[in-house]
Design a protein around this ligand. Structure first.
Ligand SMILES: NC(=O)c1ccc[n+]([C@@H]2O[C@H](COP(=O)([O-])OP(=O)(O)OC[C@H]3O[C@@H](n4cnc5c(N)ncnc54)[C@H](OP(=O)(O)O)[C@@H]3O)[C@@H](O)[C@H]2O)c1
Length: 268
């Protein structure tokens, strides 16, 4: 299974990086483990890497740069995000250039507004992102954490391109998006990227995941991941090679329609 994102075919899961290299501030103590994990994921065919200027106060982007050193640029699909305090034209352009510098890349495959900010007109922010597009600094643009109304405003504001994706919190325990934002995205050709897709590995509260997992000789985390893949491109984070192996295996699981429907019905 491959997915389409920003007009390209990509792997059906991506790799998240929140927490690699620090949270709100830089933490360099685990850099080599994180670099190795990203490199390993890419070597195993995961080509979407999700990061943001906010992660580790920029250090996470430096880790990603190190991990993809020597990989042909077109073999990876890099997503980064501009923080919500940088959505005015000048700040956004500055943020994007700083991300490119840290990532040591001439362009981003997808650039997202990390969170909406009602105090900045979305038309100004989308205009700035389209400027980056014209300059060849980004290949596609999108949003994150936008509801239906915010997304439709962003879609109306974009003059030269489509909004390629909306990255949202969506996982087996957070099914609300199936009612409104996911159908809206599907109808409008906006790819849904799901974050926290494996509930941070904490799935023990869902006995039905275990029940299905047993049938497939899998783990509940793998089933949770596979569930989100039906309607999104999940970007689980892992700094562990064995977890990455498990995630890839889970993504390849042939989840039968009746098992999917069973899982769905347990939460309805
Ligand atoms: N746009 C936004 O506002 C937003 C918000 C949050 C997150 N995100 C993005 O989405 C990515 C994923 O979300 P997340 O990091 O919040 O949560 P997640 O992917 O649901 O969970 C990550 C946690 O699960 C563990 N894990 C990974 N594979 C596992 C496995 N096979 N079995 C058991 N545990 C496993 C990881 O530990 P190990 O590292 O030890 O494997 C890590 O602690 C982030 O990294 C970030 O890129 C975006």
């Amino acid at each position: 299974m491959t997915k389409r994102l920003g007009g390209r075919s990509v792997s059906d899961i991506g790799l998240g990086t929140w927490g690699m290299g620090g949270w709100q501030t830089a933490d360099k103590t685990n850099d080599s483990t994180c670099v190795d994990a990203i490199r390993y994921a890419v070597s195993r065919g995961i080509n979407v890497i999700d990061t943001a200027e906010m992660y580790g106060a920029g250090h996470t982007e430096e880790i990603v740069a190190k991990a993809i050193e020597g990989v042909p640029r077109e073999d990876v699909f890099i997503i980064s995000k501009v923080w919500k305090t940088n959505l005015h034209l000048d700040s956004l352009i500055k943020s994007a250039r700083a991300s490119l510098r840290r990532l040591k890349t001439p362009y981003l495959d997808l650039y997202l507004i990390h969170w909406p900010n009602p105090s900045v007109p979305v038309s100004e922010t989308i205009g700035a992102m389209e400027e980056l597009l014209k300059q060849g600094l980004v290949r596609s643009i999108g949003v994150s954490n936008f509801d239906v109304e915010q997304l439709s405003d962003a879609m109306s504001a974009s003059k030269y391109t489509d909004i390629a994706a909306n990255q949202i919190l969506y996982n087996y325990g957070t099914r609300g998006p199936e009612k409104d934002i996911i159908p809206f995205c599907e109808k409008n050709g906006v790819e849904v990227i799901s974050y926290t897709p494996i509930l941070k590995g904490k799935v023990s509260g869902f006995s039905e995941l275990n029940k299905v997992a047993e049938k497939y000789n899998a783990t509940a985390v793998q089933v949770a991941l596979r569930y989100t893949m039906e309607r999104s491109l999940p970007i689980p984070k892992s700094s562990s090679k064995s977890h990455i192996d498990m995630l890839i295996e889970g993504s390849r699981m042939e989840l039968r329609k009746d098992d999917y429907e069973f899982l769905k019905s347990c939460l309805d």
